[in-house]
Design a protein around this ligand. Structure first.
Ligand SMILES: C[S@@+](CC[C@H](N)C(=O)[O-])C[C@H]1O[C@@H](n2cnc3c(N)ncnc32)[C@H](O)[C@@H]1O
Length: 252
C-alpha cells in the first residue's frame, strides 16, 4: 500500500490475497445476507432504486448480490486497478458506470443517488464525517444508506484490553487507530454523527459473531451463517461483533 493518506491498495491483489487465499467464505456469505436483509428492510423496490452506488466497491465483490435490487449502478473506488478488475470481470444487462475518486469528496450531483452501500470502507477513513455528509448530500430525499461500521468494542478487543494487549479502552468513543490507514469506531459515535447530519437510523445489525479461524475451520459455513442470523435477531443491541451494519434514511 502507498504512503498516501488514502489507502489505495497499490501493489495489493485484494481479491486473491484477502478473499481467496484466506478462509473468508463465512464473512463473504454473511455480508451478502446482511446486505439483502437491509435492502429488504428499507422496503425500496428495484423501481424505487434507479441509481445504486457501491461506494468503495473494490473489485466489485458484492455486485451480483445487489444487481437484482436496482436499475443501474455506479461502482466507485479510489483504486483504479480494482476498478479495472471490476470492469473486466463483471457482466450485466443493466447499466454500470465505473468512477474513480475519493469517498471524502463524491463527484456526484446533489440528490442524484437512490441507495448507497459501503462495505469495509469506513475503516480506511480517519474522519468518517466527510463521507457521511457527502452520502447525505447526494442521496435523493427518502434514499437509503447501508454501510458497515468497523466496531472497536467487539468482544476480542474487550478481551485484548482486559489482558493489557490493547492500550485504548474500546468503550470510549474516541476512534481506535490500528495502523496508519486502519481505524475502528464506536457504533454510538457513528450513529450520533448520522443523527447530526439529519439521517434517520432505521436499523442496526450486529454481524460476524463467529469471525474466528478455529470456528471457521471446524464448523460448516452454512451453520455459522444460520447461527449468525439467529444471533443478529436477538443480540442487535450488544455491539460485540467486529461489524455493525446500519440502515439509515435521508428524510423525504
Ligand atoms: C476492504 S476494501 C472493500 C471493498 C469492497 N467494498 C468489498 O467489501 O469487497 C476497501 C476499499 O475502499 C477503497 N478506499 C479506501 N479509501 C478510499 C477513499 N478515500 N476513497 C475511495 N475509495 C477508498 C479501497 O481502494 C478499497 O477498494
Amino acid at each position: 500500500m502507498s504512503a498516501t493518506s488514502i489507502c489505495d491498495y497499490a501493489g495489493y491483489d485484494y481479491k486473491k490475497e484477502f478473499w481467496e487465499t484466506q478462509n473468508r467464505v463465512y464473512e463473504d456469505q454473511i455480508e451478502r445476507q446482511t446486505l439483502i436483509k437491509l435492502v429488504r428492510a428499507s422496503k425500496a423496490t428495484p423501481q424505487d432504486i434507479k441509481t445504486y452506488l457501491d461506494a468503495g466497491c473494490g473489485f466489485g465483490r458484492l455486485f451480483h448480490t445487489y444487481e437484482p435490487l436496482a436499475q443501474s449502478f455506479i461502482l466507485f473506488d479510489y483504486a483504479q486497478h480494482l476498478l479495472d478488475q471490476a470492469k473486466s470481470t463483471l457482466q450485466s444487462r443493466k447499466p454500470i458506470s465505473f468512477v474513480q475518486g475519493d469517498l471524502n469528496q463524491l463527484p456526484f450531483e446533489n440528490a442524484s443517488v437512490d441507495m448507497i452501500m459501503s462495505v469495509r470502507t469506513l475503516h480506511h477513513l480517519e474522519t468518517p464525517r466527510n463521507f457521511l455528509s457527502e452520502a447525505y448530500r447526494i442521496l435523493t430525499p427518502g434514499g437509503h444508506f447501508i454501510f458497515e461500521i468497523p466496531n472497536q468494542r467487539h468482544w476480542l478487543n474487550i478481551l485484548r484490553f482486559a489482558l493489557g494487549r490493547l492500550k485504548q479502552n474500546p468503550f470510549t468513543q474516541d476512534r481506535l487507530q490500528l495502523n496508519t490507514a486502519y481505524f475502528n469506531f464506536h457504533p454510538k459515535f457513528i450513529l450520533k454523527e448520522l443523527n447530526t447530519l439529519g439521517f434517520e437510523v432505521k436499523q442496526t445489525v450486529n454481524t460476524s459473531f463467529f469471525r474466528s479461524t478455529l470456528l471457521k475451520k471446524c464448523i460448516p459455513t452454512t451453520w455459522l451463517c444460520n447461527a449468525d442470523a439467529a444471533f443478529q435477531a436477538i443480540l442487535s443491541w450488544v455491539y460485540l461483533t467486529p461489524s455493525v451494519y446500519v440502515l439509515a434514511q435521508k428524510p423525504k
